[in-house]
Ligand binder design. Structure first.
Ligand SMILES: Nc1ncnc2c1ncn2[C@@H]1O[C@H](COP(=O)(O)OP(=O)(O)O)[C@@H](O)[C@H]1O
Ligand SMILES: [Mg+2]
Length: 353
């Protein structure tokens, strides 16, 4: 199967990637060994790969769930490489027509991977068509309808044994029947500072930057424990270095770059601070309901729950309660805001004491 490697890593949209996406591809770890952190998941995947290869079978369907930028897509591509198979890439919002699903399924060879990003956003008819495909590799094509008086019938299409890899920001968004059909469910958590340091050093080498260990350490602590964020900041730091110091990335240059990007010493960006400030100033520290908060921030509720909140919760800046979001004393302190003393009734403070 080895010669199939890299044969067919294209997207369904089939657009030619622009230059900047080439950097993204270069930055992406190519093997489990290169993939930093997530030790438990990686160890388990290595076993599943080996076992599947030994049996000469495709690996079981996999679901990866994690906040954005932690490595779900990267893992799907690594899976294809490690197994030496093709990968077809699509996503829940794009895959709306049963005909497109049929096209994708018929293009697969035995053992191939079909990667569905944002799988929680699949339409119902596609999701239901996937159940028998995932279970016994049969795709049912419905023909005729009761309304047309022809009765309903269906053709059976045998699909080669393949692996479906799904990615989602929250496993809880998947319906039970879909989730149950994945044999492997892997969660990726935020990275430790040490792991972020390794990622930063690895990426900086690929970007041709000569980063000192001190500079890498600073960046590791300010990139929301998220590889994608670290890579994004690194690329901008490279720009600042190119213009301000002729390429050298000193700790001073790095601090200046972060200051200009308005990333503070806890790694929070302007949007994070706006989020915390809104809860504190407009809603007295909370609790405030998600919809209200979203309206106040002029953001979609999903953007809040998927992008902003996970890190702020992980770092203890906010808590999610049944009554809504609550800013923690740490958030007040970080923003230098004194909490108003409130009359004795149940307050959010009790949550953190
Ligand atoms: N474990 C890791 N080690 C090194 N780099 C990583 C790791 N995980 C992610 N990255 C980097 O972060 C970027 C974002 O990862 P990606 O897989 O696209 O995240 P997701 O699909 O979860 O949003 C990748 O392009 C890759 O360069
Ligand atoms: Mg992704």
């Amino acid at each position: 199967m080895g010669e199939k490697k890299e044969k067919d890593q294209k997207t369904v949209a089939g657009k030619k990637p622009p230059q900047t996406e080439n950097i993204e591809i270069l930055l992406r770890p190519k093997s489990l060994e290169e993939f930093v952190g997530q030790a438990q998941l990686k160890d388990n995947l290595a076993v599943y790969f080996q076992a599947a290869k030994k049996r000469g079978e495709p690996i079981d369907h996999c679901l990866f769930y994690a906040p954005p930028g932690l490595g779900k897509t990267t893992l799907a591509h690594i899976l294809a490489r490690e197994m030496g198979v093709n990968i077809r890439v699509t996503s829940g919002p794009i895959l709306t027509k049963l005909g497109d699903l049929a096209g994708l399924l018929t293009s697969l060879e035995e053992g191939d991977i079909l990667f569905i990003d944002e799988i929680h956003r699949l339409g119902r008819s596609i999701e239901e068509a996937l159940y028998p495909v995932m279970e016994d590799f049969t795709f049912y094509i419905h023909t005729g309808s009761r309304q047309s008086g022809m009765g309903s019938a269906h053709l059976k299409l045998a699909v080669p044994k393949f692996t479906l890899v799904g990615a989602t920001t929250r496993a809880g968004l998947l319906t039970g029947p879909l989730r149950d059909r994945f044999g492997i469910i892997g969660h990726l958590g935020f990275y430790g500072v040490e792991e972020m340091c390794q990622i930063v050093l690895r990426s900086s080498k690929i970007l041709g930057m000569n980063l000192s260990a001190e500079a890498a350490g600073i960046l590791a602590g300010r990139s929301r424990r998220t590889p994608r964020t670290a890579n994004r900041i690194l690329k901008r730091v490279r720009d600042f270095a190119c213009v301000l110091t002729g390429g050298e990335v000193t700790a001073d240059l790095l601090k200046e770059s972060l200051r200009r990007m308005e990333i503070d010493d806890m790694g929070l960006d302007p949007m994070d601070r706006r989020f915390l400030l809104t809860i504190i100033q407009n809603y007295d520290g909370g609790p405030v309901g998600l919809e209200t908060l979203a309206a106040g921030l002029q953001e979609e509720p999903d953007t809040i729950t998927d992008i902003y909140e996970p890190y702020l919760i992980q770092e203890g800046f906010i808590a999610r309660t049944s009554k809504g979001r609550v800013a923690s004393p740490k958030a007040f302190e970080h923003l230098g805001i004194k909490r108003a003393v409130r009359p004795v009734k149940e307050t959010s403070a009790t949550l953190f004491s």
